[in-house]
Design a protein around this ligand. Structure first.
Ligand SMILES: [Cu+2]
Length: 328
């Protein structure tokens, strides 16, 4: 009894995992809803079977003479031990196939928004491709129009990663030289969190991202802005920050569209200030976080592929930070 009492709070802690931005039990996409239905069907049915088995076992152990005789009859052994499991497992298996089958991508359809996601070490390269073929590159965050199916093309240029947003769909591997297609359809507006689900070395544990599902008209307006070049900095600090950004060589790895920074090794920073997080959901996104990232990136996210920049003075760092922060 005492141990039961001390375990109770722990169970509550576990149950906390059932809600929130990264929970399979709190689906916000068609595919995840299917998985949730299947999971609950299996959990409830297997609980019922377990309860019946426990009852029979209790009868066999502690029941009276007549009950035990009934339990040991061949009918129960063949019926309960052979016919019942074969039948239920076959039905469940077919049900599982049926549910999962309806989640397979339909034939490749034109006019549908595509999002290419490339697994990098240790961040996500995200490119929106609209029906006219126009491309807009971004990183570490995915936006989706609620209710519209979106084809997400997954691949990698290095090692195997795995794309998993539990509230939207099951996980799918990102394999170099292969493109796997996942169809996402968000059913309600809101924020979900995704995580790389295949160990990929170094900073794997810090390879996460947010998915923001928004009403379709807002999404369309957002995508037009996202495809645009970066805004020209106004104000002394951001302007000085931009000059520093270009002269310090950040543009060798990063692109800021509309400037001569065209690097492709690191994330596209054209609209980095408008993202929810920095460095693949490692830091919140504000001016302080930019400054911290620049000075201490190797401490904040050990082994990531951007060097820490100890060379800047504090005021230079804050200029860089104010520049990046206004890249909305
Ligand atoms: Cu990984």
């Amino acid at each position: 009894m005492r141990s039961a009492v001390s375990i109770a709070p722990l169970t509550l802690l576990l149950l906390q995992g059932c809600t929130g931005v990264q929970s399979v039990f709190d689906p916000s996409g068609t595919e995840a809803e299917r998985i949730n239905t299947l999971a609950w069907t299996l959990i409830l049915l297997s609980t019922a079977v377990l309860a019946v088995v426990c009852l029979i076992a209790a009868g066999a152990l502690w029941g009276g003479e007549r009950r035990r005789a009934r339990i040991s009859r061949e009918r129960l052994v063949i019926g309960g031990g052979l016919v019942f499991p074969t039948l239920t497992l076959s039905i469940l298996l077919s049900y599982g196939f049926y549910l999962m089958g309806s989640g397979l991508p339909a034939a490749r359809s034109d006019g549908r928004l595509r999002i290419e996601v490339v697994g990098e070490r240790w961040w996500w390269r995200v490119t929106y491709v609209d029906d006219s073929g126009r491309r807009a590159e971004s990183a570490n965050e995915i936006r989706l129009p609620v209710g519209r199916p979106v084809e997400v093309e997954l691949t990698s240029t290095n090692v195997i990663h795995s794309f998993w947003v539990p509230r939207l769909a099951g996980k799918l591997d990102m394999i170099p030289g292969r493109t796997n297609i996942l169809t996402l359809r968000a059913t309600k507006a809101g924020i979900s969190r995704g995580q790389c689900a295949e160990y990929c070395g170094g900073a794997h544990a810090f390879m996460s991202f947010y998915v923001i599902a928004m009403p379709p008209d807002q999404f369309d307006a957002w995508l037009v802005e996202e495809a645009d070049d970066a805004r020209i900095p106004t104000g002394a600090n951001p302007a000085a920050g931009q000059a520093l950004f270009l002269s310090a060589g950040c543009g060798a790895c990063h692109a800021v569209r509309g400037t001569e920074a065209r690097g492709t090794i690191g994330p596209d920073l054209t609209h980095v200030g408008s993202r929810r997080s920095l460095a693949a959901a490692t830091l919140e996104n504000d001016a302080d976080a930019f400054a911290r990232w620049i000075r201490d990136s190797q401490h904040v996210k050990p082994e990531n592929l951007m060097p820490s920049y100890g060379i800047f003075t504090e005021s230079e760092r804050s200029q860089l930070a104010s520049y990046l922060d206004q890249l909305r």
